[in-house]
Design a protein around this ligand. Sequence first.
Ligand SMILES: Nc1ncnc2c1ncn2[C@@H]1O[C@H](COP(=O)(O)OP(=O)(O)OP(=O)(O)O)[C@@H](O)[C@H]1O
Ligand SMILES: [Mg+2]
Length: 423
Amino acid sequence: MPKPLRDFLFGTTTPKKELTDALTPHRSFADVILPATTRRAIDNALTQIKKSDLIFHTWGLAERHESGLGLAFNFAGPPGTGKTICAEAIAFELGKRLLVVRYAEMESLWAGESGKNVAAVFRTARETDAVLFFDEADAIASRRFQSVTQGYQREANAVVNVLLKELEEFDGVVIFATNLASNFDPAFERRIRTHILFDMPDEEARAKIWQVQLHARKTPLAPDVDFNDLARKYVVAGGDIKNAVLKAAQMATTEPGPDAEKKIHQRHFVAGIEDVLSSKKVMEQSIFEGDGSSAPQLDPGMMAGISQAFDQLAQNDRSMGEDLRTFIEKTNVLEAQLAQFPQILNHFDEAQRVAREGLKSEIIAQLTSFHTQSQTDFARLDEQLRAENHTLGKRATMAIALGASLGGVALATAIGAILLALR
Ligand SMILES: Nc1ncnc2c1ncn2[C@@H]1O[C@H](COP(=O)(O)OP(=O)(O)OP(=O)(O)O)[C@@H](O)[C@H]1O
Ligand SMILES: [Mg+2]
């Protein structure tokens, strides 16, 4: 659609921002240590991808089914458990590029454009035959707003709608990664073929993760290094181990002596992981600090308890998601019932109107009968009055006649008296 005002203000040749980063994968499954169940699920996913050509093209199922041919996977799990690195390893295994979506660029300044950007991202993936990767996918695939009152809600709903449509039509590989899977829109969840859970690594896996963070030949290790000991003592995710290794290496470089003789010792790894853990504590503590003026003193035991509680919360996340979904369904039923309320109120109004009309007619009938009765009574009274008036009239005439005769007598007497006096 032409946008003359935009073109006038900003010109028609605004530089086009890339919606995706196309990465050539370097890390493979040799770099990833996964719990057995996660590894099996990933292997299954890979088999599905590798055999999709056989199923859909050689066996002709693509000609029978027009949609739902894509291979959409969701990697869900706590931070630092290897979701992003696994997406890269899948692309590596398939010999394809990894197309990482850039959300900041997707959210368009122009209302209604974000949906188009989602469509453009899928188009690029199709054209370049790349593995499409939505990292931190809850940012885009979260639940749609039930009632839309703000522009941004309309935009967010439109984005999810476009995403659902594109997913339905896409016939390539798309991976979503999230640590907030319960925020996903249920319709979106249904379109994802396989959900893969990334758990925290166990002790054995942790020991191997320490190992794979180093270069097999080049990283100089002192003989005292014991990864089993570190794995036993520190229950952490792969992301924390990676950060600890980098810190340990940095510390080792600051030791005195020539670089060629420097080695990473166990104490460096211990200091590295302790540093990572205390940084995490600072982050956790900052949640409670508010403005920082009255930070409570939290002992390590208490922090461990809180951290355990958070882990428990994360585990319950999914079941809470289910509860929330039931709640939303119930709310929808309630909303439907509420929607019928105006109709019920109309019925009520109608009944009230009929009752009011009935009462009005009754009053009018009463008044009419009263009026008729009163008219009859008045007529009778009038007649009586008339009759009485008649009698009164007669009496008045007689009184006047009597008065006149008495007046005449008095006048004659007076004249007689005057005449007598004058004589
Ligand atoms: N299972 C693992 N095996 C080997 N290395 C791992 C593993 N998990 C994490 N790592 C290391 O930690 C780094 C961070 O992991 P990654 O980014 O894949 O975690 P993530 O699950 O995507 O985390 P987030 O949810 O924060 O995005 C990786 O680059 C890798 O070096
Ligand atoms: Mg990640």
